[in-house]
Ligand binder design. Sequence first.
Ligand code: F0G
Length: 381
Amino acid sequence: MSEQVRRYTGLIDRYRDRLPLDPAVPAVSLGEGGTPLIRLHNLVKDLGRDVALYVKYEGLNPTGSFKDRGMTVAVTRAVEEGSRAVICASTGNTSAAAAAYAARAGLTAFVIIPDGKIALGKLAQAVMHGAVVLQIKGNFDVGMRLVKEVAADAPVTVVNSVNPYRLQGQKTAAFEIVEELGRAPDFHCLPVGNAGNITAHWIGYSELWARKGAAATEACAFCGGECRFTGEPQISTRPRMLGYQAAGSAPFLRGAMVDEPETVATAIRIGHPQSWTQAWKVAEESGGRFAEFPDEELLAVQKRLAAREGVFCEPASAASLAGALRDIKSGYIPEGSTVVCTLTGHGLKDPDIAIEQCKGAIIDVDGEREAVKQAILERLA
Ligand code: F0G
């Protein structure tokens, strides 16, 4: 008799015992999580260093970004609480995820986006999933302020990462990495915008960590007691958390909020991070740090990753890998290290930037056999 194949049904079913959700509440899920951890051999060979370098390809979540991890938990919880609508400000990916999960749950999604500053694919997702899209003349930070003000006296649930259930969902990426590696990496590199994701990963690693003398049920400092420790420590060390920003949008490097953030990586065009205090604490506790990159370097690494490894991420996501490559080269990340970079979103989210970067790559030929053959032979010569 053949055994029934066990389907993967998303991260709430997988990790419900470690999430602040009632066991009886049905998950609003699109099968998010379970993303591949891909080892990069070619780029490491190019560098000539002995490191185990991995990318966690979060672009393969259902709506193409890591936001789905948080949104499945936040929307499941919103339904449980009887909410009829969700609201978020977004640089694009949160709005795509909110729109999709709200559609699935039968809720209305209101999304506030900065006029002209979100990538085409993300806008397409929000409108296709039926969100009410409010485009404002103002950046993400203005949108975030408006969301908080409006939600204070309107019957809507905020699903930005200020909603603690978002970070609870996003922490599961750390669980998956530990399960695959059998340990925590030595370094974990992430792009930083609002700084929710770096905080969520630290929550995840910390829950698995053997904390000397700490009670298994002790709440962590980050989530106001929402964590569920399983009791049994699963890792003996936690990674150093490295956060990377775009230079024109780098409040953690300036040590102060930035009022007019600018970067081609629109996903992280944020000057007033919502998880400011938590992220500083993550850097301090983990022995990590923040660093920044000019836009050109982010785009160059995005392209190199696609061309050398077959992995396509969006410009903001390339910040994690750009950081890792630079820090490996400089020796800040020593040889022998295991390094994980989170690739937060899929490259197809932002087709305009990709095409713009590769303009010269398209060859015009006559639509006949000899011309095509000639073009091929020239390139194989
Ligand atoms: N990478 C991508 C692709 C993102 O969309 C975001 C955030 C980040 C990195 C930064 O993550 O904010 O947790 O530090 N995007 C949000 C949005 C702000 O609205 O989609 P963070």
